[in-house]
Design a protein around this ligand. Structure first.
Ligand code: 13P
Ligand code: SF4
Length: 302
């Protein structure tokens, strides 16, 4: 550990805090996290932790979910401007309009969404459990999935359920093209292609495996392949290489870089632990309604 990493660990001990980090954040932060995980694992960790303070190294909706699941804790997001353009694709007004248009439908909302939008939904999901959550809904019930249209279409095609797909997307995963994947498949003909469900349908059609960040890590650990083409954000490469140092991982596109996930630095975390700012809070009314949808997700997924 560097002196700064040690200092942050010491501050965390002093404040009775834990550091939760997503696989896309800077590697020097991943190295010192108490929990490194995908959105589902981080939400579970936030709900289960008995720490007084949660420092979130991720983006705003993740810290907000932690604050909703653990209202008695202080949740710090060292850079409040670390947002998620996909989460911004569903506004309260647009979801209200859709609910009026589809009054019978169940609204399954990706965790990449605001607290207010979660509060207007029936159940949340992540890319780890979307199939399970949708399969759990009563047969014949109309389902609206928001805000990620690609995840919605993928979930519909795997489960066979009719799903009304919202038109949002993650600009990072959307930037990966089938042409890039085809070129890499020609260069590495033996290499399987593992993709995140936020990728475009024509990219997912080329995938040998589709799953969340932690599912991609598991696939890579268990695969017999020497080389694997990766269709998700670049930050996952460090963990992939740590888990499987004997394998080669090829990022499918240089565009797979989430600027928001890279905003938080060790300096920001240190400052945040000293000042105990900026904290993410959610009003009690919104938090109570949003927690129901998150709790429903946690109880439905294994
Ligand atoms: P995971 O839940 O698969 O980690 O995905 C989070 C995310 O933001 C993907 O872009
Ligand atoms: Fe949002 Fe995409 Fe970044 Fe994930 S990778 S946080 S979905 S912008």
């Amino acid at each position: 550990m560097t002196p700064q990493q040690k200092k942050i660990r010491k501050l965390l001990r002093e404040k009775q805090g834990i550091l939760l980090a997503h696989y896309y954040v800077r590697p020097e932060i991943q190295e010192i996290a108490d929990v490194l995980g995908d959105s589902l694992a981080l939400a579970r960790a936030a709900a289960a932790s008995d720490a007084k303070v949660i420092v979130f190294a991720g983006v705003h909706f993740m810290a907000q979910s932690a604050a909703i699941l653990s209202p008695e804790k202080t949740v710090l997001l060292p850079r409040l401007d670390a947002g998620c353009p996909l989460a911004d694709a569903a506004t309260v007004e647009s979801v209200r309009l859709m609910r009026e248009k589809e009054p019978e439908a169940l609204f399954v909302t990706y965790i990449n969404s605001s607290a207010e939008v979660k509060a207007l939904s029936d159940v949340c999901c992540t890319s780890s459990n979307a199939l399970q959550i949708v399969n759990n809904q009563p047969a014949g019930k109309k389902i609206v999935m928001l805000p990620d249209g690609n995840l919605a279409r993928h979930t519909s095609s795997v489960t066979g359920r009719e799903v009304i797909a919202w038109e949002g997307c993650c600009p990072v995963h959307q930037a990966l093209t089938p042409q890039e994947v085809i070129a890499l498949k020609q260069e590495f003909p033996e290499a399987p292609f593992a993709a995140h469900p936020e990728c475009r349908p024509d990219v997912l059609a080329l995938a040998d495996f589709v799953g969340s960040t932690s599912a991609i890590l598991k696939f890579a650990r268990e695969s017999g392949a020497r080389t694997i083409i990766i269709g998700t954000e670049a930050g996952i490469l460090d963990k992939l290489r740590k888990d499987s140092p004997d394998k080669q991982f090829v990022l499918a596109s240089e565009a797979l870089l989430c600027a928001d996930m890279k905003k938080i630095t060790l300096d920001d975390i240190e400052k945040s632990l000293i000042t105990m700012q900026p904290a993410v809070t959610v009003s009690r009314k919104i938090s109570r309604a949003a927690k129901k949808t998150l709790d429903r997700m946690l109880s439905l997924s294994s």
